[in-house]
Design a protein around this ligand. Structure first.
Ligand code: NAP
Length: 258
């Protein structure tokens, strides 16, 4: 039985949809105060309303420092502290190297990697003052482990998050602040749905568990990293992918089972 986190405060970025919404709802169920963050206040409000009285919405763009600071200030003002940050906001537009522009690259790095840095930086003063905190980053298998045509910038951003995490974990350990990352495989979200049915079907076919992941699969891993029981775990990753990265070849997938 895990220690209750009821009454603690979590900020979840990118929480109006997909994985972030799943994380926000899971933490809400565990009775934390949840600041639901995305760029669009009305979308964030819908999720806060789903969660209930212990949640509220805030509009912030994680690629902007002032916006991240305002987000942290809102959590402090509304709930009196920040115990957990789930740095989840991310984008995954596709562009092959033959057409990718510097602006495409900057945009993805700006939201996914710089946005992680800015979100973390914004909550640090509050966490350091309390000498306690949990930071959970949503990375990916794409980049740190696998590659997919069109996502070299995305893969760089997701691998970059892990590089950032390891040094941040060392720097923040004396403050009793842990920094860990969940690495999702293919999780059924609005964002993934936008890639089309062919993508979804072909992905499900090459996952040993033969299904895409759910947002709850990721939320449960995030909740573990945020738990009291994970107090001594920092700078670590957990792959949540239904075994997707495991098969050595297509034949390995065909021969599994009986
Ligand atoms: P999604 O369904 O497209 O949702 C993305 C969320 O991020 C939305 O709430 C969006 O809200 C918010 N967002 C986007 N840009 C933002 C910005 N600049 N500032 C603040 N919020 C922003 O995506 P998802 O599939 O849930 O992915 C969420 C995270 O999981 C990403 O970091 C992604 O890289 C990672 N991931 C996803 C998968 C997957 O299979 N789905 C796999 C591996 C990793 P607004 O538009 O309102 O701002």
């Amino acid at each position: 039985m895990f220690t209750s986190l009821a009454g603690k405060t979590v900020i979840v970025t990118g929480a109006s949809k997909g994985i972030g919404r799943g994380i926000a709802r899971r933490f809400g169920l565990a009775e934390l105060n949840v600041l639901v963050v995305s760029r669009h206040i009305n979308e964030a409000k819908k999720v806060a309303d789903e969660i209930g009285r212990n949640a509220s919405a805030f509009a912030a763009d994680v690629s902007e420092a002032d916006s991240c600071k305002a987000m942290a200030d809102a959590a402090l003002e509304r709930y009196g502290g920040i115990d957990i940050l789930c740095a989840n906001a991310g984008i995954f537009p596709a562009a092959k190297l033959s057409t990718m522009t510097a602006a495409d690259f900057d945009q993805v790095i700006g939201v996914n990697l710089k946005g992680t840095f800015l979100s973390v930086s914004a909550v640090l003063p509050a966490m350091k003052a309390k000498k306690k905190g949990r930071i959970v980053i949503t990375s990916s298998i794409t980049g740190p482990i696998t590659g997919y045509p069109g996502w070299s910038h995305y893969g760089a951003s997701k691998a970059g998050q892990l590089g950032f995490m390891r040094t941040a974990a060392v720097e923040l350990a004396p403050f009793n602040i842990t920094v860990n990352a969940v690495m999702p495989g293919n999780i059924f979200t609005e964002g993934l749905e936008g890639l089309g049915q062919d993508y979804l079907t072909s992905m499900a076919a090459c996952i040993p568990m033969k299904r895409l992941g759910t947002v709850e699969d990721i939320a449960n891993a995030a909740l573990y990293f945020a738990s009291e029981e994970a107090a001594y775990v920092t700078g670590q990753t957990i792959v949540v992918d239904g075994g997707q990265v495991l098969p050595e070849s297509p034949a390995a997938l065909e021969q599994m089972g009986d």
